[in-house]
Each structure stands twice: as C-alpha cells, then as structure tokens.
Ligand binder design. Structure first.
Ligand SMILES: Cc1cc2nc3c(=O)[nH]c(=O)nc-3n(C[C@H](O)[C@H](O)[C@H](O)COP(=O)(O)OP(=O)(O)OC[C@H]3O[C@@H](n4cnc5c(N)ncnc54)[C@H](O)[C@@H]3O)c2cc1C
Length: 470
C-alpha cells in the first residue's frame, strides 16, 4: 500500500529544483495551474481523476533521464505514461511525477533485417502504420490506440499471438532509463536478466525509452467478426473450443459477448442487441481460409458474417470506435487452462447479461507460438493456460456504474474457481499483492531478485508492483 500512503502525503516541491529541471527539459512541464494540465493528467479510463504534482512530457532520452533523476532526488512517486490505456490508471498519480512518453513517437523500420525500433510513446496504430508500408508487422493487441509500451511490458495478446507469439516474445532489445538515472540496453546479450524481466514484468524496472521488435510478413489478411444469437451461445462456445483445438496457428480468434452498436456497418435489426461471436483473423494462404473458417461460418447461421480480406492495420483498428477514450472502465480477468464445459456454462449464464453498450466479455487464446515459449524463459508465466478471459465493463455514463460493476462482480467469481491461478497483468485492476504474485507464479522470486538489482528503492512502484524485498 505504498502507493496509497504516497497519495496521502502533501507534495511540497523545492521550487529551485523545479526551475533547474524545467530548464533542462526539451519537452514540456505541466504543473497544476498550467494550461494543458487537465488534458495531460487525463488517462483512458474515465474513472481516474488524479492530480500529479507535475507532468514531464518528454521528447527524448535526455528528458527521461532528467525526469527520473528529479523525481528520485525529490522523493516523488513516479508514474510512467505510455499509451495511458491501463485500467488501473497507473499512468498518472496523485501528488507525484508523471514521466509522460506520449510525444516520443520516433519509429525506424529496417526492412532488410525485418526489425523496427519504436519509442515508448508509440501506439500500435503508429507502429502498424510504419511497418505496413513494408508489408511487415509486429504482434500487437486488438485495438490500435493502445500503447506499445504497457502492452509489451505486460506480455501483449492479440491477433498474431498464435502465429508469432506475444508482443514481448518479439522484443529484440529495449533501451531503459534505470532508477539511478543510468541508461542501459537490455537484450539476450546485454543485461539479459533485465531483458527477461521486461518481457512480462511490466513497468517495474525502469522507463523503457524504445523497443526493438522482430517483424513478420503480414500485410493482407482474412479477418472479421462472425456473430450469433444468444440462444446459440453454449453451442457456439463449444464449437469455438473445438475449432481452436484443431486450428492451424494461422488462425487466431477471440470469443465475445457484446451489445451491437446502433450504427453502420451493423444492420438495423441488430442494433443494441446482445449477441455472441468470434473475431477471427487468418494469416495463411487465402485459398485455405474458406476451409479453415467453414465450421464457424456455417454454424448458426450467423446473424452477421463480416469475414473477408483486409489490410492488417484495418483489422487492428476495427474496434477502436467501440472503446473510445474516457469510458468508465472496470475489469476483472483470469487465465484458464481449458474452456471446460463448466467454464462454458458460467459464460452462458452471465455473458448474455451485458448491461450496456461497449461493455463486453472476451476470451482470448494464449496458444500456438505463445505456448511454445517455456514458462521460465520470460517473466510472462502462464504459457500453458489456453485462454485468458476478461470481463470488461466499459460504459460512457457514470450513472451506469452500479449495474456494470455488479455484472462484472457476479460473472467473475463464477469463473474464478476454474482459474489457472492468476490473471494477465495487463487486465488487472488494483487487486492486491497476492494477485500480482499469482500472476507471476514461480517467476515471482526471480523478478524480486532483478527488481532488487535494478530498482532497489522501488522508485517504480505505481504498477502491478514487484517489491524489491520478497
Ligand atoms: C481499449 C483497450 C484495449 C486493450 N486491448 C488489449 C489487447 O488486445 N491485448 C492486450 O494484451 N492488452 C490489451 N489491453 C490492455 C493493455 O495491454 C494494458 O492496458 C497496457 O498496460 C496498456 O499500455 P499503455 O502503454 O497504453 O498504458 P499506460 O497506462 O500508459 O501504461 C501502463 C503501465 O505500463 C508501464 N509503462 C508504460 N509505459 C512504460 C515505459 N515506457 N517504460 C516502462 N513502463 C511503462 C507503467 O507501469 C504503466 O502504468 C487493452 C486495453 C484497453 C484500454
């Protein structure tokens, strides 16, 4: 509960030190009375309303070093902001310093080597835009506005997980500003312990100023949602399980319960109707797509089938409009080892109760290439869990909080007895130390050792915190 204690402490800044810091910055410093401060402290989750003592919107590594040194010397809690999507709102804090990388968007693609280096403020949309020009892609998430930083540091689950692994599995190196202000590169050969920890261990170890990813030839894909009426949800979930069990790794599909948005491209008769369905993406040869997708497309029949050829960045941004900035977000998640009949029954009981538009329940596969990495090879532990589900209340009107939170709180406990043990760190809210430990399983002790080496005073603690003392 260090974070809560920090928030209760009044922040008295040394004005001389602030002036020196400001003069050292190429980027912008926001303090509470500055124009732009309120915009700069806003994060994706509209429930979060925190007032940092200052926000350093950095433009380069030198700025990040200055910000880390300033915060440490002034004894300020540090929040790191990438894409600001994290539902805990840890990208911002009360009374502390925010190191905001959102203006650091440099990207350099090396098409010959099939790699890309991208700064910590890039979103997946920024990265996809740059790499698609070369017919290449790095595995990201399923929404283009999410930051590459937080998503990769927590693991990174998306449409390419089964084919090419988690985002963190495709990380080749990372540039990091450590708690003492020093700058290091982490890779398999340089600081390999830090590199191990960065692949799943979140923002615990330093400020990552840039990420180097391996790229893959992904350009045009076959993709789209296939939706069914709720009466079919049990059979649809069973079919989904059977299809995914046998599917080639070229096929990735996540299952969802959702309310159809009232607008194009959805047909009028589906507007505001709760349905279930899959969002599938197939990266294999187009000639084989029909055969692979046939069981899903024939079942039902679907009330909507938008599956077809699309450029990869279009797939990546297909759901952006459903999850705009500022929605109230309240999520709960878990990994499961199987979509057993009992797990399916729990989904069938609660999934159809989606209370409002935008709110949804998702089940993502964590199989294929992601499961071929050993549990101890990176900090991301649940390599043998086949799925991760997230019950995600996301709604615009705070007056709808009670029914949305109640839905999540009824749904999640019905599934939790079937949990593999922990939850995906990027889907966790503030759920306490035990949940963080459970997330890292047998990797937790190693993370503590690495934390002690790179951040012994726990400067970077506004996250799913791994304490330097076990
Ligand atoms: C609409 C939406 C869709 C999502 N879809 C997916 C998905 O498909 N797949 C998936 O895996 N996850 C998904 N997520 C979850 C997402 O991975 C996490 O919210 C992630 O933390 C977001 O990263 P960010 O950089 O945008 O967020 P931020 O809130 O900016 O950062 C999250 C945390 O990461 C750390 N961090 C951020 N930047 C840095 C840095 N440069 N150096 C060190 N630490 C840093 C900090 O601890 C920070 O608190 C989604 C979230 C939302 C809101």
């Amino acid at each position: 509960m260090d974070a809560l204690r920090d928030m209760a402490r009044p922040t008295v800044l040394d004005e001389g030190a602030v002036s020196t810091f400001k003069a050292a910055l190429r980027g912008k410093l926001f303090r509470p009375n500055d124009e732009g401060y309120d915009e700069a402290r806003r994060v994706w989750n509209g429930m979060i309303d925190r007032h940092p003592a200052l926000i350093a919107r950095c433009v380069n590594v030198a700025d990040v070093i200055a910000a880390v040194n300033f915060a440490r010397e002034q004894g300020l809690p540090v929040a790191i902001r990438g894409g600001s999507h994290n539902v805990t709102g840890n990208a911002v804090c009360d009374g502390g310093a925010v190191i905001d990388l959102s203006n650091m968007k440099g990207i350099r693609v090396n098409p010959g080597r099939r790699t890309v280096r991208a700064e910590g403020g890039c979103t997946w949309g920024d990265l996809d835009h740059a790499t698609h020009a070369f017919g290449l892609a790095a595995p990201g998430g399923t929404v283009s506005t999410t930051g590459i930083a937080g998503l990769t540091l927590g693991g990174g689950i998306g449409h390419l997980t089964r084919k090419y692994g988690l985002s963190c599995d495709n990380l080749l190196s990372a540039d990091v500003v450590l708690a003492d202000g020093s700058f290091v590169t982490a890779s398999e050969n340089k600081n390999p312990d830090l590199f191990w920890a960065l692949r799943g261990g979140g923002g615990n170890f330093g400020v990552v100023t840039s990420f180097e990813f391996k790229l893959h030839p992904v350009s045009e894909v076959m993709a789209g949602p296939i939706l069914w009426p709720l009466e079919k949800s049990r059979e649809a979930l069973r079919l989904y399980r059977d299809v995914m069990d046998k599917a080639p790794e070229d096929l990735n599909a996540f299952f969802a319960f959702l309310m159809v948005p009232p607008g194009p491209p959805f047909p009028k008769e589906l507007h505001n109707k709760t349905v279930c369905g899959v969002m599938a993406m197939y990266t294999g040869p187009q000639a084989k797509a029909d055969a692979v997708l046939a069981p899903l497309r024939k079942f039902g029949p679907p009330v909507l089938d938008f599956f077809g050829p699309l450029p990869y960045p279009v797939v990546q941004s297909m759901f952006d409009a459903l999850v705009p900035e500022g929605l109230q977000n309240y999520w709960k998640a878990d990994f499961v080892n199987a979509l057993s009949d009992d797990v399916i029954e729990a989904h069938v009981k609660y999934g159809p109760g989606v209370p409002t538009i935008n709110t949804a329940a998702h089940i993502y596969p964590v199989s294929g290439a992601a499961s071929r990495v050993a549990k101890g090879d990176t900090a991301f532990f649940y390599r043998d869990a086949k799925y991760v589900h997230v019950i995600a209340a996301m709604y615009p009107n705070p007056a709808d909080t009670a029914k949305n939170v109640a839905w999540v709180r009824d749904y999640w406990p019905a599934l939790h007895p079937h949990s593999a043990g922990g939850a995906y760190v990027n889907f966790l809210m503030e759920e306490g130390e035990e949940r963080v430990r459970a997330t890292y399983g047998a990797n937790y002790d190693k993370l503590v050792t690495i934390k002690r080496k790179y951040d012994p005073t726990n400067l970077f603690r506004l996250n799913q915190n791994v304490r330097p003392t076990a």
